[in-house]
Design a protein around this ligand. Structure first.
Ligand SMILES: [Zn+2]
Length: 417
């Protein structure tokens, strides 16, 4: 995953353009991706698909003719959606188009101007401070014209047409945690699920943030009823505690599953209530849709100094943290795959487990947990409580509860509710 992030890192992505297509094509080499292009000007609810932005080169030359800022060194050097510019400007005028981080003088900020026509360069504050008076040559060789917005989808079919939505944004340039981590984990998760026999179908959407999610929802409004669970994956590769932001509903099955996996894991975590600010869960959880979609992160947007700066680089994410995040996602999905609501066929007093060989099995300390789990499952399988509910209430692991249910089914004591 880290190697794949390194491969994608230099590609200049934005909300439209060749960088997104190139990224989707690289992802498509690993998992089956269906790419959709939505033309500029298409109305998507209250929004309109913008013009397409592409860039070939950009630089600033100092009064001596030396290049001091070069797009080819880092795609962060150019404000995303900068209009083309070529000419000579004074230092005073140039400074009106420069973005820096005075409090982090050696980092380059990430800036965008999607909906206001402007041009700009981003650079280290220390470099800007050293600029002398004189005439500077500026060049941004970009185009902003009618084209399309591009997104990719990967459907991994399961037994049911009911879907689990996994969404990740693909519009940021050279930023590793936000959100190459989401892209590479979603890709690896799709590869992992492809090898399993699945109950749900899984739809992975690789979309530009905000306008991409809005466009996807506008084009798929009639089929959102199929989405039974969903996760937005973002900022999930750095060394920080997990943060799970609940769906707007707050009591969706994905919220319970994520909470249970985090509580039973060894890594620190925090569970956040839904707020209408954040990533694309804002669109999936807008009141008209109100889908059961949560957001899984490590660091929360805007709360860590490296956020939207050149310090969110490939050293900021690590193979082991990516792996921990992938495993967490797989565990959450594994609960969704196996969660069900069952009915105890013998609800009047406890059934006699001993005569069904369900009271003692192999020796060791695990016996009591194993039998305890069977008693919990029998007691609460009244058609009202799912296995996930029972795991939460009992404090036992989902794996143990699920195994107990399997054993009790075999023993004829449980049926589908
Ligand atoms: Zn971001």
């Amino acid at each position: 995953m880290h190697r794949f992030a390194s491969e994608l890192f230099p590609i200049c992505r934005s909300i439209t353009g060749d960088g997104v297509r190139e990224t989707l094509s690289r992802i498509g080499a690993l998992i089956p991706i269906q790419v959709t292009d939505v033309p500029t000007g298409t109305r998507t609810f209250d929004w309109t698909v913008p013009r397409e932005w592409n860039i070939r080169d950009a630089y600033i030359k100092d009064p001596s003719g030396q290049k001091i800022v070069e797009f080819k060194d880092s795609s962060l050097h150019v404000m995303s959606y900068s209009t083309p510019v070529k000419g000579m400007v004074s230092l005073q005028e140039l400074k009106q188009h420069l973005h820096t981080l005075p409090e982090r003088p050696d980092w380059i900020p990430y800036r965008t101007s999607y909906y206001k026509e402007d041009w700009g360069f981003c650079l280290r504050h220390s470099e800007m401070e050293s600029l002398q008076d004189g005439l500077y040559e500026v060049c941004i060789d970009s185009t902003l014209k009618d084209g399309s917005l591009t997104y990719g989808e990967c459907l991994i079919a399961g037994q049911s047409v009911d879907e689990v939505l996994i969404s990740t944004h693909v519009c940021h340039p050279a930023l590793a945690n936000d959100n190459l981590s989401g892209m590479v984990i979603a890709t690896a998760l799709a590869q992992h699920l492809s090898s399993l026999k699945l109950r749900y179908s899984y739809r992975f959407v690789f979309i530009p943030g905000t306008i991409g999610a809005i466009t996807w929802l506008a084009r798929n409004q009639s089929r959102t009823g199929k989405i039974k669970h969903g996760l937005v994956l973002t900022g999930i590769g750095n060394r920080a505690p997990f943060h799970y932001k609940k769906s707007r509903r707050g009591d969706a099955e994905i919220d319970s599953a994520a909470g249970l996996v985090l509580r039973s894991g060894s890594e620190p975590y925090e569970i956040l209530d839904f707020t209408p600010y954040g990533y694309d869960e804002r669109q999936y959880c807008s009141p008209g849709f109100n889908l059961p979609v949560g957001c899984l992160m490590r660091s929360v947007w805007g709360t860590f100094p490296e956020y939207h700066t050149s310090a969110d680089n490939l050293d900021f994410i690590a193979p082991d943290t990516l792996e921990g995040s992938l495993k967490l996602c797989a565990s959450i999905l594994d609960i969704l795959e196996h969660n069900e609501t069952l009915l105890n066929t013998n609800p009047y007093c406890e059934p006699q487990l001993g005569k069904r060989n369900l009271y003692r099995s192999t020796g060791g300390a695990s016996i009591s947990d194993e039998i305890n789990a069977r008693l919990w499952v029998l007691n609460f399988s009244d058609g009202q409580h799912s296995l996930l509910d029972i795991a939460e209430r009992s404090g036992l692991s989902f794996k143990l509860i699920n195994q107990a249910a399997a054993d009790l089914k075999t023993g004829g004591l449980l049926i589908a509710a």
